[in-house]
Design a protein around this ligand. Sequence first.
Ligand code: SF4
Length: 204
Amino acid sequence: MSAEPPAGASLDELRTAAADCRGCQLWEPATQTVFGRGPADAVMVLVGEQPGDVEDQRGAPFVGPAGRLLVGALEEAGIDKTSVYVTNAVKHFRFEQRGTRRIHQTPDVSHTAACVPWLRAELAVVRPSLVVLLGATAAKTLLGQDFRVTRQRGQLLDGPPGSGARLMATVHPSSILRTPPESRDEAHAAFVADLRTARAALTS
Ligand code: SF4
């Protein structure tokens, strides 16, 4: 079945429909569709790239190492983690099997294009005031392939006309995990600063 979210569906109905999605080839080797989680009336939605190894097995977004880093950063920025809706641009884990290990592979444009109807459907139900795009894949999915997180991170941008939402891009928390130890504190602080900007945007 393709990535055609049922019109007028609730988040639960979308989650159920997405479980059977065959909109691109990523469903086959992955364990399951990992749909978004959080309150349906969240004012902030966080969008990552795709589920990782742990998320693929547990069926929930941001429950692995990057998720733990994100939760800590949200706390430092004064954002209640239970108040935000978290999801990914792509709902299945893309990986390369090497022996017993599953190595993350960045989804390509065909995957984000196939999967974006689910993200748009989530945003249409939640109708947040702010969408925080975590990393290049999420940012390019909603802001176009020319968007560069390195140039425009932390900037508040207008969302699609009529959406009532603003957008802000920052890095993906997994990039901080990959940062060399001598620069990691600085990278983490910059990430928290972007999240503080996001929190402030909700009251401005
Ligand atoms: S990645 Fe998205 S479009 Fe592709 S099969 Fe999974 S849910 Fe469908």
